[in-house]
Each structure stands twice: as C-alpha cells, then as structure tokens.
Ligand binder design. Structure first.
Ligand code: FE2
Length: 364
C-alpha cells in the first residue's frame, strides 16, 4: 500500500485532560452535538481516572479527568489547565510505528502494549511530540468493540442532535521561540512527514503582533499539523500568550470539517458557542478578494464566517473563542470548497480580532 515507514490511516482520537470530564462531556454533547460512545472509570475498574468518549462523523474526542488527588492526570491538568494530552493516530502496525519512530530519535512514552477483551485486541504505543503532548499509535485491525478494551458502551438518553461535523481537518500545535523548524524537522525525520505549506511573519502579522507557521502532513495528507511559533512584533504574540498560560508548547486548535458551515455555525451559536468577532469592514473586500462564491455574503456576514481562496478553490472558516478558562485551546470550523489552504488571506482580520481579545485580557 505505502512505501512510508509509518503508514497512517487517519486521526484515531484526540484526548483532553480536563478538570471535570463529566461536565466537559456535557458541553461537547450539548454545544457541539458530539454523540456519547464509550466510558471508563470507577465502574469499569479504573480507580485513577474517568474518561468519556464522544464521536461525530469520524472525529472522536476523549475527555479524561483525575479521580485521585495525586494522579498524573491531575498533575497535567494543574499545570496546563484543560488541554490536549494525546493526538492518537490510527496505524496499521503500532509495534512497527513505535520501533521506526524511536529508532529515528523519538522520545518513547509507551512501549507497544496489547489490550484485550471479548471483542479482540488493540495494540497501543506512544511517543512524545512538542511539550508534554503525546502521539499514540493505535492498531485496531483485530478489534470489533465500540472503542477500546477497558471501556464500556455509553448510551445515555440525553443525545442532542449532531451539527454536521465530519472529521478533523487539521490540528495545530504552538511551540516556543525558535522551536518551529526543529519541530517540523522532527515530523520529517522521525515520522516521515513532508512540508505541506509555510507562512512567515510577512503573511501573518498586524501592526502589533506576529507568528510564523509551517504545516507538515503525512504521506496520504489525511494528517495535517500546522506548527506555530511566535514572531517579534510591537506587542505580545498570541502564541506567546498561549505558551504563558499553557505552561509550555501544546495543541492550539482543532479544525473540524463540515459540509454545511452555515447550518453548523447557526446551531453552534444557538447552543451558546462563542466566536471571534470579525471587523465590520472585513466583508467590504471579500468579493474583490475571492470572486464569486455559492454562499450569500450577507448570511456569512451575519454569522461572522470568513472566506479565503487559493489556486484550487475556496474555503469558509470561523474560530471559536477559547473553550476553557485559560486563553489556550479553541476550535476552528471549516468547509472546504476546493480550497486546500488554511485561510492565509484571513489572518490579518483575525489577528485584529484576537488582539482585541488579548487587550481585554490584559495580555497584549
Ligand atoms: Fe486552522
């Protein structure tokens, strides 16, 4: 199938360590329409942590919280706040994935481990990426259960409707000053990824703040990881703000793909999800910049949805405010209509908006 030493089928799940997994699960069910799938905790024999697994389309979130005062989950949450611990990749062979990546210099997190139950086996291994964030390799070809051994099906009566999310389009990591190239190099050397795109501070800056970004992708391009680092500006880069509050590098945002962003965003708003404000004059120049699009510009304006185009087509996108107390992790909602880029043309407008938020937080 593939000549890569690390064939990856796609994102298996993203796991957050949070302060209260039960309440976080309710938020993702209620506000984002994720559906309950599986659970582990005291009732399943785990005395250390409880985990809720939610899914919508192919996007799977796991929310995990500590059960005991001295748990490593609690330590992580105390330091970083709620945030991404595991970016799990669905692989053909988790033993080989571990062997090939550690051989190339990856720092091991978990040696290949076989988990069994009556539905078969899952093989799991893991390596560190930026900060305390970990890539798990999940091999599930011999497993028929709902999620993973150790979990039971979770099927509550409460199931708010889905909002049309299909899959994780890309997942962005923030790293510190002068760390971006090193991190991208890790993905090239250790994981066999390639460079997909890059932006520097001439693309992504305003009068005050700036950042740089390199996008790495795996062989089949189902996995795209933009890596951001701060760039010098007159005021504090939003990436620096993130690093300060997160206590180091970490996952900045997940872009969830939808085929109907107008429906998805209308529903998210009804359910209380807050989005970044878009400057009033943004829509004055959209037609000029992107040409003809299928959507009614007035509708996009009323929802604050941004538009950008590249040589392949266009894309529609919008960014939530941070979804926890610290100004760290947020979501992007994206609909691609041929466009394969990341909204470079929107960065300026977006930054003005983010700076307004930073100013209100006193962190600009
Ligand atoms: Fe993004």
């Amino acid at each position: 199938m593939s000549n890569s030493f690390l064939p990856i089928f796609g994102t298996d799940f993203v796991e957050f360590y949070v302060g209260n997994a039960k309440q976080a699960a309710y938020f993702y069910q209620t506000a984002f329409g994720f559906q309950p799938l599986a659970y582990s905790g005291l009732e399943t024999g785990d005395k250390e942590k409880s985990s809720y697994v939610l899914r919508q389309g192919k996007a799977t979130l796991v929310l995990t919280a500590a059960l005991s005062p001295d748990s490593y989950v609690g330590e992580h949450q105390k330091k970083h706040g709620d945030g991404i611990k595991f970016i799990a990749l669905w692989v053909e062979d988790a033993r080989k994935a571990f062997e090939e990546t550690t051989k190339r210099g990856a720092k091991p997190y978990l040696k290949p481990t076989v988990l069994n139950d009556e539905n078969g086996e899952v093989v799991k291994s893991g390596i560190y990426t930026y900060g305390e964030t970990v890539h798990l390799f999940i091999e599930r070809k011999n497993y028929k259960g709902t999620f993973m051994p150790g979990f039971v099906d979770w099927n509550p009566e409460y199931k708010p409707e889905e909002l049309g999310f299909k899959y994780v389009d890309h997942l962005v990591g923030n790293v510190g000053w002068n760390e971006m190239d090193k991190t991208a190099q890790f993905y090239y050397d250790v994981m066999g990824f390639k460079k997909f795109a890059s932006f520097d501070d001439t693309d992504i800056s305003t009068e005050y703040t700036a950042l740089q970004s390199t996008v790495v992708a795996n062989e089949n391009e189902r996995i795209k990881f933009p890596i951001n680092e701060p760039a010098k500006g007159l005021k504090k880069s939003q990436i620096e703000e993130y690093i300060d509050f997160y206590g180091g590098p970490g996952g900045q945002h997940i872009a969830l793909a939808t085929d109907d962003i107008i429906h998805t965003v209308s529903e998210l708003k009804k359910r209380g999800v807050e989005f970044l404000y878009v400057p009033d004059d943004y829509y004055d120049s959209v037609s000029e910049r992107v040409g003809k699009i299928d959507e009614d510009l007035q509708v996009l304006k009323s929802l604050g949805i941004l538009v950008d185009k590249d040589d392949k087509g266009y894309l529609l996108q919008i960014f939530t405010k941070p979804v926890e107390d610290r100004p760290t992790f947020f979501f992007e909602i994206i609909q691609r209509k041929g466009g394969e880029s990341f909204g470079k043309g929107n960065f300026k407008a977006l930054f003005v908006s983010i700076e307004k938020e930073q100013e209100r937080r006193g962190t600009l």
